[in-house]
Design a protein around this ligand. Structure first.
Ligand code: CA
Ligand code: CA
Length: 69
């Protein structure tokens, strides 16, 4: 009696919970470590929430500010 054991491995892709399509480094086009309003303009959603996310009000989103999105 042959017993055939087949194991189905379900590959669960780590679900990215990023709220925006692009990630920080992509959005930070000039690579200065912050997302300016101009850089944020490529993402409509991010652009919409920019002022809210810019908690220190310096006109740019730091990585920390971006990640709280
Ligand atoms: Ca930048
Ligand atoms: Ca800021």
């Amino acid at each position: 009696m042959k017993r055939l054991t087949s194991t189905l491995a379900l590959i669960t892709l780590a679900a990215s919970s990023a709220a925006f399509a692009a990630d920080f480094s992509t959005l930070d086009a000039d690579g200065n470590g912050a997302i300016s309003k101009q850089e944020a303009a490529v993402d409509a959603e991010l652009s919409k929430h920019f002022d809210k996310l810019d908690t220190d009000g310096n006109g740019e989103l730091s990585k920390e500010e971006f990640e709280q999105a």
